[in-house]
Design a protein around this ligand. Structure first.
Ligand code: FES
Length: 579
């Protein structure tokens, strides 16, 4: 039988239960809010970390959902406390929400540490909110459950189904090529995002909320429910009910995260043909929990994992269809022996127990292992003299003819240089060239923005070219596609070999052999290296300065070096006394 905590063993007892002046202060101030002792005494205090704001379009329904979470907490005998945290609104925050992922992770951890929380509901979904909240919760190691925002409904324009991001890139290229009109473009603008919820392609949001479910952090099946479905509201109440029990059972992130559950989450990301961003986030999450997830491990799992989700941008459908086809449990069940079913989840049962009865209702959307969308290699890790510490590509999202390709480099020294020259008629470029962007990495950009789907020059678009090999130390949106080599490490801004590439160099990409090389003699590279001068730091003060000093490279998850130390278990047990 599971050992249950006693009320006086609750962490919040130190704030509320003692007979001293400090506790008097906490109780009198709680009374100030209209609560009598009977309403909270001896009950678990459940922090609700809510990333709602008026600028996070993916989380507009969280204002209502948080009330449903509270309803569940009250019903289960807990005391809910909503705590707003940074919102990380993907479309609006510049230069990139990735710059602030670690900021939210720190905020989540420190908010939980400094207030009387016994357990926490993490409300996230828009891209970086999921990894950030999980990273903070893992480091704090209090009982934690994740409430995914859920995908928005399919987009629609003139009877055409539209997918977030993917169809923005697609129709932007068509507009630049002159094949659609300005009026068409405005119609797409009005119909591509038509309900609350996060992006409904297999972008970073759907990838990471699914990874959270595979890791055991959500109740079963919850990552796939569309945001506006009434079952999403039911899910919120059930999540609130469950966290109260988790506190009494003392079921913590360190009970859920193991090398096996990390492998399950990686397998899930790959079977979904999920966002390349998930690589960075999964490495960071794993390292917070003391599990060393390497790019090579990711590549090994990729070689054995079939892509089963027929969801854009790799496939044809959207998250709404994926939910109706059975959702994530159906896909995980179909993965069979590729998933470790013994791993624990937030409901106290194993992942395997949760998958009993999971059924595929439409095997065009969720493919059988006998008829996958791709047999394997949803992602490939590349190495060579251009990326000694690794780079990644999503082969299924590229035109196959480009997966083995040697071409002449056309180099842009930063984003502004690229924006100024890419459509210049005089630019010396053709469709066999390799477009290279420097200074777009974790330190250099800063924050490693999603610039990696570099634009095809207008003059080539007009010739009908829709894909080229593109290389950068940036990331790309999970909704993007193309032969884009990303996350080159070490990055150019700190002197990685990408900094040494010059226009005219030949670059060799060989995905089957996992190779990425610049075909430049060693002596010449040594000469360029000796002449290289580190650029001036982007920031001299504030959070940006902290970020550029402490952020790790992409192959290490872009966490801050000082946040990985010790890991969850020592931090939680080493809490300072409160005063
Ligand atoms: Fe929020 Fe895509 S903009 S998930």
């Amino acid at each position: 039988m599971t050992k249950r905590k006693k009320p006086e063993e609750l962490r919040s007892h130190r704030w509320y239960g003692l007979n001293d002046l400090r506790s008097f202060g906490h109780r009198s101030r709680t009374a100030q809010m209209g609560y009598s002792r009977e309403e909270y005494a001896g009950k678990p205090v459940i922090a609700i970390l809510n990333t709602w704001s008026e600028i996070n379009t993916c989380h507009t329904h969280f204002k209502q959902r948080v009330e449903e979470v509270k309803r569940g907490i009250w019903q289960a005998g807990g005391f809910p406390v909503e705590l707003p945290v940074q919102t990380l609104a993907e479309p609006f925050q510049k230069p990139t929400t990735m710059l602030y992922r670690n900021f939210l992770a720190m905020e989540a951890e420190e908010t939980l540490r400094s207030y009387p929380a016994d357990g926490v509901v993490l409300m996230g979904g828009c891209d970086k909110t999921t990894p950030a909240l999980l990273m903070g919760a893992i480091s704090m190691d209090l009982p934690a459950i994740f409430l995914p925002a859920g995908p928005m409904l399919r987009g629609n324009w003139n009877g055409v189904t539209l997918g977030s991001g993917s169809d923005s890139w697609k129709y932007w290229a068509e507009l630049r090529a002159g094949t659609i009109t300005e009026a068409d473009w405005q119609g797409i603008e009005g119909g591509i995002a038509r309900s609350p919820g996060h992006c409904m392609t297999m972008g970073t949001a759907s990838t990471m909320t699914s990874a959270a479910e595979a890791l055991g952090f959500t109740l079963p099946g919850f990552a796939s429910i569309p945001a506006v479905d009434s079952r999403h509201a039911q899910m919120a109440a059930k999540t609130g009910m469950r966290i109260v029990e988790m506190v009494w059972e003392d079921l913590k992130p360190s009970d859920l995260i193991t090398a096996g559950s990390i492998d399950n989450a990686v397998t899930t990301c790959l079977a979904l043909s999920g966002s390349t961003n998930a690589i960075v986030h999964m490495i960071a999450l794993a390292r917070r929990a003391g599990v060393e997830l390497t790019l090579d491990r990711y590549d090994d799992i990729s070689r054995r994992t079939p892509v089963l989700a027929n969801v854009r941008p790799t496939g044809a459908y959207l998250m709404e269809d994926f939910f109706y086809a059975g959702g994530l449990p159906a896909m995980l069940a179909e993965l069979g022996d590729l998933i470790d079913r013994s791993q624990k989840t937030v409901n106290g049962r194993t992942l395997g127990e949760n998958l009993e009865g999971a059924t595929i209702f439409n095997d065009e959307v969720i493919r059988r292992r006998s008829a996958p969308l791709l047999p394997n290699n949803g992602l490939a890790v590349l190495r060579g003299n251009l990326a000694p510490d690794g780079a990644v590509i999503k082969p299924g999202a590229a035109e196959p003819r480009l997966l083995v390709h040697t071409g002449r480099a056309v180099v842009f020294k930063d984003y502004n240089d690229m924006a100024a020259r890419i459509d210049d008629e005089a630019l010396d470029i053709d469709e066999t060239c390799v477009i290279v962007l420097q200074h777009a990495g974790p330190v250099g950009a800063p924050g490693m923005p999603e610039w990696g789907q570099l634009p095809i020059p207008r003059k080539l678009l007009q010739k009908g070219v829709r894909d080229m090999v593109r290389i950068s130390d940036a990331r790309m949106s999970g909704t993007s596609y193309g032969a884009c080599v990303l996350h080159v490490a070490p990055e150019s801004f700190i002197g990685g070999p990408l900094a040494l590439v010059q226009s005219g160099d030949l670059i060799e990409l060989d995905v089957p052999r996992r190779k990425l090389n610049m075909l430049v003699p060693e002596e010449e590279l040594a000469r360029r290296k000796a002449a290289w001068v580190r650029p001036e730091p982007r920031f001299t003060r504030g959070y940006g300065a902290l970020h550029q000093v402490h952020v790790l490279q992409a192959n290490k998850g872009c966490d801050f070096d000082f946040l990985q130390r010790g890991g969850a278990r020592t931090d939680a047990s080493g809490e300072p006394e409160i005063h």
